[in-house]
Write a protein that binds this ligand. Structure first.
Ligand SMILES: Nc1nc2c(c(=O)[nH]1)N[C@H]1C(S)=C(S)[C@@H](COP(=O)(O)OP(=O)(O)OC[C@H]3O[C@@H](n4cnc5c(=O)[nH]c(N)nc54)[C@H](O)[C@@H]3O)O[C@H]1N2
Ligand SMILES: Nc1nc2c(c(=O)[nH]1)N[C@H]1C(S)=C(S)[C@@H](COP(=O)(O)OP(=O)(O)OC[C@H]3O[C@@H](n4cnc5c(=O)[nH]c(N)nc54)[C@H](O)[C@@H]3O)O[C@H]1N2
Ligand code: SF4
Ligand SMILES: [Mo]
Length: 727
């Protein structure tokens, strides 16, 4: 028998859920909500990673609602649909309740409930044994969100430095590398886009409006209200496209051709910002020569876009520059040439002079908040990036799938893996075999989650974290337009036996004689200490929730300011010598995408306002809003296949993998060469009783991964599907 077979946490193994508190509990008592004893506490939303500050209301000790914190400039004082449904995460009847240990008997393997002591002792003992057999540098962490930092502190204290986030290599990594190569700086997690002051906004893919990062949606609507020109490049008629002056329904995967043609027009028609380019950039000559063949007529053949539309939009961008923002996108792991496409976007912005200028990209600032003093961890014994991802020297971060790959095989570098708040089977395409193999070969695999997500089935030990509404976390201090601090504190006692990440990491540290890295009784002490360094306190923040600070630095470059960019040349690098020296194209190149086989369609995917990935599909409140995804099919295709609106069918990839049944939505909004589904559905964990088996998973259909040769990103858009009828 395999050392670890995939185990599904069956309903009976989880303690039966106590009846959860109901939302708007006042209603059932036939009186108006809010007429009882109301108490409030501040929070930072954790339903996605935009970190909006909110206020949790309880009435007569029962959860009532969460609303935005009016003082929070970062979120405009509002929560989005998903954030409002956050109480559902707390109430979810399928939550993990106790630690679970994988055990086996003569009938096979199963999970059994364990006490915290038992589970933590087990992990600590395995960590010790890995240290003795292989060394202290062999543990890794894959995580999403700030709670992961507690485990990073633990592992670093132990001597292991290997960590990565799927929100990098499966999301915005190529953008950060592309912009860093060009400007010497990343865009950053709170994208530094100055949309509220833009006169012209170009969205390439970015489907803001369906992608509901709160602040961005608001600043985009503000710009639209002020009559900014919106240009949307999207093969699908997205919500943003519907608000646009120009919608460019591009052939999937050909954006690089459009970008090169735009650059061609700006240069050849002399429309670029000559002063800005002369003062701040290098490489214009090489770029000019490079783009000569790529005129709009050439791009038409690749993109299907009218050459005149390409010229008109380029001129419109130039007319509004420097208040023209060519949005860098966020989820940019598309076709494998993603760092180069991000470079092309960065170059286009440089030609328009928008980086560092009002209406383009502002200079972000955060509060100078001292770290709580803890000892320096021991130095790293090995250069793990050279061992694990030697082919991607230009990636400053851990690459999730490289880390996963280094968990298996005879010479596996990694012997123990911690997975915090990331559901790998649905997040890294084509990873199930790799995860199975890793689970087989690792000496230890710990999953810390709130829900019985698919990844828990591969663990040795499952640890239940309490939800964000039941814990303290790191203070929010993100670099953005307006520096501010925000507090997350427990609104409710943790349900069941769930515990916060800081506590779990601290308890492990105690068992490993690493308690010096967690020198406090309660994380509240850390928060209070930090706040006191900036003339605030936990007491003050408990009433405020959010504290705004004055900016200390300018938000834009000053007229004629001399700037040394953090690139090797000190200039904005239109031509990248770093790329050249590492054997890559110094200027972005176009590679035509592979086309779908006969009767297959591009698998397009994206977001919907009611959900965040798969993390909310089992949330009872958000489930009610959107219980399943649908597959968008063009009427011509539907006619061809005689498919009816509302019928259920399955999607199949070229390797024969079949999706769950998925409902058909026939719509002109999708091109005939593509279909579209919202990511996050098609769960297979039976313990997710609402979400299991509902809707189709894009991840499970992605058999073709197009790896970015520069930074290892996982290109997901080169996948094709066909239809399989039920009968
Ligand atoms: N409601 C909600 N909002 C979210 C999230 C969520 O889960 N739910 N997740 C957040 C996160 S982490 C991220 S990274 C962002 C992601 O959001 P974005 O960065 O906006 O994601 P994209 O992949 O750029 O956008 C998907 C769009 O790309 C289009 N598209 C597909 N193929 C092509 C192509 O070849 N060319 C072009 N030009 N367009 C194409 C699709 O039709 C779709 O409209 O959303 C964030 N916001
Ligand atoms: N096929 C496909 N793959 C994708 C994408 C896609 O669109 N399609 N999008 C990509 C993008 S943009 C990103 S950013 C990544 C994101 O992918 P992930 O990093 O996996 O992020 P989530 O899906 O939010 O992670 C969800 C896990 O966190 C758990 N969780 C939720 N709250 C908490 C908590 O408070 N504590 C703990 N311990 N666990 C919690 C959930 O139960 C769930 O198991 O996925 C990428 N992968
Ligand atoms: S954008 Fe919505 S889900 Fe994300 S943090 Fe803000 S309120 Fe929460
Ligand atoms: Mo993302």
């Amino acid at each position: 028998m395999q050392r670890r077979e995939f185990l599904k946490l069956s309903g009976t193994m989880l303690a039966t859920a106590a009846a959860g508190p109901t939302l708007l509990s006042g209603c059932s008592q036939k009186r108006l909500p809010g007429s009882g004893q109301v108490t409030t506490s501040p929070t930072i939303c954790n339903i996605c990673f935009w970190k909006c500050a909110g206020v949790v209301y309880q009435e007569d000790g029962k959860p009532w609602k969460i609303v935005g914190n009016q003082q929070d400039l970062h979120s405009g004082g509002r929560l989005c649909t998903r954030g409002t449904g956050g109480i559902g995460a707390y109430q979810d009847a399928d939550r993990l309740q106790t630690p679970m240990l994988r055990v086996s008997n003569k009938d096979g393997q199963y999970f059994r409930k364990a006490s915290w002591d038992e589970a933590l002792d087990y992990i600590a003992q395995r960590m010790r044994s890995i240290e003795q057999k292989h060394g202290n540098d062999r543990l890794a962490l894959l995580s999403h969100g700030s709670g992961g930092d507690f485990f990073q502190t633990l592992l670093q204290g132990f001597g292991s430095y290997i960590y990565g986030h799927p929100s990098y290599a499966q999301c915005r990594g190529p953008r950060e590398v592309g912009f860093a190569l060009t400007y010497g700086e990343e865009v950053g997690s709170i994208d530094r886009t100055d949309m509220e002051n833009s006169r012209c906004i170009v969205l390439i893919g970015s489907h803001i409006g369906e992608n509901l990062h709160n602040g961005q949606v608001q600043t985009l609507s503000e710009a639209i209200n002020k009559d900014a020109t919106l240009i949307t490049v999207d093969p699908r008629f997205s919500v943003a496209a519907s608000k646009s002056k120009h919608w460019l329904p591009i052939k999937p995967g050909t954006d690089m051709a459009l970008l090169l043609a735009w650059i061609n027009v700006l240069i050849n028609e002399g429309l670029y910002d000559r002063d800005y380019v002369a003062r701040y950039t290098q490489g214009l000559e090489a770029l000019t020569e490079h783009v000569q063949p790529f005129n709009p007529e050439w791009a038409y053949l690749e993109t299907g876009l009218d050459p005149e539309l390409i010229r008109t939009t380029a001129r419109e961008m130039a007319r509004n520059a420097p208040a023209t923002l060519v949005h860098p996108g966020r989820h940019v792991t598309w076709y494998g040439d993603d760092t180069q496409r991000s470079r092309a976007i960065a170059i286009l912005n440089a030609l328009l002079g928008s980086w560092g200028c009002e209406g383009g990209f502002y200079i972000p600032e955060k509060v100078k908040l001292p770290e709580y003093p803890i000892p320096k961890p021991p130095p790293a014994k090995s250069d793990w990036k050279k061992i694990i991802q030697p082919e991607f020297p230009l990636s400053p971060s851990g690459i999730s799938q490289s880390i996963l790959a280094a968990c298996s095989g005879d010479n596996a570098h990694i012997k123990g893996l911690f997975v915090y708040a990331t559901n790998l089977p649905h997040t890294i395409p084509n990873s199930i075999d790799m995860i199975k193999q890793a689970a087989q070969d690792l000496d230890l695999m710990v999953v810390i989650d709130t829900m019985p997500a698919e990844i828990t089935g591969y663990a040795d030990v499952i640890l239940p974290e309490c939800t964000y509404l039941e814990r303290y976390d790191e203070i929010r201090n993100v670099a953005e337009r307006q520096p501010s601090l925000a507090l997350r504190m427990p609104a409710f006692e943790p349900r069941y036996q769930s515990k916060p990440a800081w506590w779990i990491a601290q308890q492990l540290a105690k068992r490993l004689e690493l308690e010096q890295y967690f020198p406090y009784q309660d994380y509240a002490e850390v928060i209070d200490w930090q706040l006191r360094q900036v003339d605030s306190s936990l007491t003050e923040m408990k009433t405020l929730g959010v504290k705004n600070f004055e900016r200390k630095t300018a938000m834009y470059f000053r007229e004629g300011e001399q700037i040394r960019f953090r690139t090797p040349s000190g200039k904005i690098e239109l031509y990248s010598k770093t790329l050249e020296d590492n054997g890559y194209d110094p200027l972005p190149k176009y590679t035509p995408p592979q086309q779908p086989p006969n009767k297959f369609y591009h698998l397009n995917y994206g977001r919907a306002p009611a959900h965040t990935f798969g993390r909310t599909s089992n949330n009872p409140l958000l489930f009610e809003l959107m219980p399943e995804n649908a597959v968008w099919i063009n009427p011509l295709v539907a006619k061809d296949w005689q498919i009816n609106n509302g019928e259920y069918l399955r999607l199949q990839n070229p390797e024969g993998t079949l999706s769950n049944r998925v409902r058909v939505r026939i719509t002109e909004r999708i091109r005939p060469d593509s279909v579209f589904i919202v990511h996050g559905f098609g769960h297979t964990s039976k313990s997710l009783r609402l979400a299991n088996g509902v809707g189709a998973s894009d991840a499970l259909l992605m058999s073709r991964v197009l790896v970015d040769p520069i930074m290892g990103g996982t290109g997901m858009r080169g996948n094709f599907v066909t239809f399989v009828r039920e009968s």
